[in-house]
Design a protein around this ligand. Sequence first.
Ligand code: KIV
Length: 291
Amino acid sequence: MSEATASTPYGTLPTASPLPPRKPVSLPRLHELRQRGEKITMLTAYDATFAAVADSAGVECLLVGDSLGMVCQGLSSTVGVSLETMCYHTQSVTRGLRRVQGTAWVIGDLPFGSYQESREQAMRSAIALMHAGAHMVKLEGGGWTAEVVRFLVERGIPVCAHLGLTPQTVHALGGYRVQGRSEADAQRLQAHALELQDAGASMLVLEMVPASLASAITAQLPHCHSIGIGSGAGTAGQVLVMHDMLGVNLGKAPKFVRNFMDGHSSVAAAMAAYVRAVKDGSFPDPALHAW
Ligand code: KIV
């Protein structure tokens, strides 16, 4: 068989996106989307093939989330995920994107224990993720994290913060539950969000906070784009764990998830439907997916 006709074993990556070519996704490009009121789309990705499919389906941001501990490694929480594992998956995702000339913005999650000790430890861990190909790093929590965010941003590392339900501290929070329901908690989250924006965070994942609070936080953060998960439709963008939105869930999917495989016969079509639904505002549905 000639080189030209030989197919690669073990799967092939998409050769061309059905969508018109887009400019590489960058912070200015995300800011542009926000300015014109277009929602930002994000999915988690953990390997080369799914990253390439998500990119060609038009997803703008790929989060190599430490949720991989649960969906890939079979752990019961994200607490046990190591920095080495995060780097391995970040490399896989960015290799997949390179193979298809993908243009998505890649966010690498700093796992539990890789940034809590000191700003210097956070810097070393962030460098490892950037060397693995991430464009931005994500870390969880508010208050003490503002100083860490400032330290990283001043040294050229874009940072996505994460407030609300922060799975790395699930044991301290007492479970996977909605955050910011009381007036005092809502005020604390709003104050933390402002501090994170002031420190230079350019994105903020808001996980499982009431929709009205997520909208209020979004309105107070013109320079830091809120990305909601289970936080209603008023954020600047949306993120879902890929396995959840493909209906590949070992237990009961959380209330805020829609199975985009329903009515679609391929992963590529389901991801494209997710992008369309986020952009046209039909996902999330306030009546079904929010508190
Ligand atoms: O780790 C992850 O995948 C995340 C998302 C759920 C936002 O943090």
